[in-house]
Design a protein around this ligand. Sequence first.
Ligand SMILES: [Fe+2]
Ligand SMILES: [Fe+2]
Length: 142
Amino acid sequence: MAYVWDKDLETGHELIDNQHKQLVRAVNDLQVANASGKAAEEIERTIDFLLGYTVKHFHDEEALQIEYGYPDYYEHVSYHREFKGQVAQLAGRLQEEGPTRELVDEISQHIGDWLLHHIKSDDLKMATYVQQEDARRRGPTI
Ligand SMILES: [Fe+2]
Ligand SMILES: [Fe+2]
């Protein structure tokens, strides 16, 4: 089933929100490609994009947290690291088993569910902090 972007997923940080939208779209693209029986190479290309973009996104988020001195940085990074480990395991299985429908379904669902959960909790918390810190640094507007 397709993942739907809604208000719950908006953190209010433009760069992060755009990357999240792109990730959700990539998960949906993968599901569609899988369901419509696309060739193995296309499935693998779609997965490669999704995995590469996930790593880039995590990197950008972590850089933002360093820039703003986010107090829960290490906790947040540990979630990213744990997830990257899970993704590496799935990628290993993909190499061994090939892109079967079941495995690709499992990969897209696992990534989609994890991302949505993480965005709504940890990323939202981070973005709220960044916004408050931004306002504090700008100082009074009058
Ligand atoms: Fe994120
Ligand atoms: Fe995150």
